[in-house]
Write a new protein. Structure first.
Length: 210
């Protein structure tokens, strides 16, 4: 990949949860596996003026270890707006959604706010007995870049993908807990740090280099 990158892709995942599941690390007796139900992504140019593409996204049909469709807890619909009907109409297999993400990225590194590839994508792939079409070396967390840009660690640890724009005084990029909107929020924050000179394209290239 080298240290010369034209762009990166910022992505986000929404996944199954239930009341209190994150605090229990999904260990409650009825907590669902944190299976992916939506992937959102957009491209961030690393060349001035650091343009952003329009977000794209895919809904994913969550399947359990026996291959059966997992129902959504009402909390998931409340948070994300994703309904059973939407999954019926637009949900696609996980392998297809990841292949679509890979095609959209065109080999570029994939940045998320945290490690969605471990917290959700890997869990979903394991449950379905699949291998990832995208190697682990392509995934990176954007969180260290914000620390590198000068934000205190204790501040960054409290930020989330849907709060980072407000932290930097930027307009909201999209609805919270929508994978496209959350990915756009992180991308807009990185765009701001690049445009203000707090981050350089080389910083991102080095962060993403294998």
């Amino acid at each position: 990949m080298g240290l010369s990158l034209a762009s990166v892709v910022v992505y986000d995942c929404e996944f199954l949860t239930a009341p209190g599941a994150p605090q229990r690390f999904w260990c409650g007796p009825t907590d669902p596996d944190p299976l992916t139900i939506q992937i959102g992504a957009l491209r961030l140019s690393l060349e001035p003026p650091f343009a952003l593409s329009e977000p794209v996204g895919w809904y994913v049909t969550p399947l359990d270890r026996d291959g059966a469709r997992v129902p959504l807890h009402p909390l998931v619909t409340q948070l994300t707006g994703i309904t059973e009907g939407r999954l019926d109409r637009e949900g696609m297999p996980l392998a297809g959604a990841l292949s679509a993400l890979d095609a959209f990225a065109e080999g570029a590194p994939l940045l998320a706010w945290g490690k969605d590839e471990l917290l959700s994508l890997a869990a979903s792939l394991f449950v379905e007995g699949l291998s990832s079409p995208i190697p682990a070396s392509r995934f990176r967390s954007a969180v260290p870049l914000v620390v590198q840009a000068g934000e205190p660690v204790e501040t960054v640890e409290r930020l989330r993908s849907h709060t980072i724009c407000a932290h930097f005084g930027l307009p909201e990029a999209g609805p919270a807990h929508d994978a496209r909107g959350d990915a756009a929020s992180v991308a807009r924050a990185l765009q701001h740090l690049l445009a203000s000179g707090r981050l350089a394209a080389l910083d991102i290239a080095r962060h993403c280099a294998p």
